[in-house]
Design a protein around this ligand. Sequence first.
Ligand SMILES: [Zn+2]
Length: 117
Amino acid sequence: MIDADRDLAILRASFVARFEYLRAASATSSESRRPVELDRTSAGRVSRMDAMQVQAMGPGMALAMERRRHDEARRIEAAIGRIDDGEYGYCIACGEEISPKRLAAGPTIATCISCAA
Ligand SMILES: [Zn+2]
């Protein structure tokens, strides 16, 4: 299962990167009333774009975006935890393997199709 382990490591790294992006974006949007500052890191570039979007949208939309980011960050955090526990890819409700197609469509999905229904 060497390939599967490597795939999982790659997936974990992409989860971590996405999680850090979401955190950076959240930190930026909570300060979105401030002038946009220059930042040389790539996360800074992305979150600066995000801050400009927030300024254009207004507070209601910004709050909805923030809530979505928060939910996604929580799902990603849980998926990283399942990878670390060796439980990733198995349904948290019944323990059955989640179909690869379902996981490909939603990598942070934690339940099999019958438990989700
Ligand atoms: Zn299940």
